[in-house]
Design a protein around this ligand. Sequence first.
Ligand SMILES: [Zn+2]
Length: 332
Amino acid sequence: MAAMGEDWERLKQRIPLLEYLQRHHWTGHRADARSEFVGLCPLHEEAHPSFYVNPRKNLFYCHGCGRGGDLIRLVELSQHLSFRQSVVYLQEELAPTSQLLEHASGFYQLELHRYPEGIHYLAQRGLHDPALIEELGIGYARGGNLCPHLSALGYSLERLLQAGLIGQQGQDAFCRRVIFPCRQHHRIVNLYGRSVGAAFPHRLLPRCKGGLFAWDSVRHFPQLILVEGLFDLAVLWQEGFRNTTCAIGTHLTPAQLAQLYENRDRSVYLAFDQDHNQAGQRAVQALAQRLHQNRLPVRIVSLPDGHDPNSYFTAGATRGDFLHCLDQARVL
Ligand SMILES: [Zn+2]
């Protein structure tokens, strides 16, 4: 705990509160002869400035909504994050790997339209809506051409190596893969690459996989569909099931579980791949038990013939067919 405490003290020193606010488009002016700054409160709607910042003490206080504290408190309140999440958020602010990943992802997105194999693979997986492909930020990594692009933007090879975008020998981490950016609170925290060739199908950068996919856009639904893979999610979104989120794998991280538990009135439909060797079934059972024990209403969706949602739709299932499967889902 002591080490953690030092961490956040150092964090606050390295990001002065006033500087943080200004970087986030807050404008304040000096209040009288005091050393404080005053401006409109970023935490509540107001027409007259009542938000005070004391740069010496690194503290804020709003006379309008009565809230105050330090930088971490400000992030908690403005971004709706827990204390711990706010610390991570600020650490990212200091070493913005997310920006590097944003550049890599942008490059891959352009590349998708330069080589036919990426789009061809998406079509094969039943994904054809150009607006959705754009919305999900899907790209294509041909391999062997990321470094020159990122070097031109000023990134050193060491930075790329650190982020896991290239390997020790300088080779691209993603080669002949369709790329999905994984975002958390609008920042890219990882990239997922699905092989279009013979290589091992799934690859993430050696970093945290982040929370549940697109959590900010699905968290308000009273019913959630949880799937295993991003292609499952993509086809379900395409069919209008926008309440679908994805764990990227069957194993949920503590952060992902915490997201599901943040509202226990919500029910979760598990639509996992229930493959022939029973491993998938055991994984879904174990997860369902775990959610159930944590008082989360959970139902298990079984799709015919060992399908996963993606293969089910590419085999010709309709929205109605899937709705029927949801209706039939087993209550735990
Ligand atoms: Zn306020």
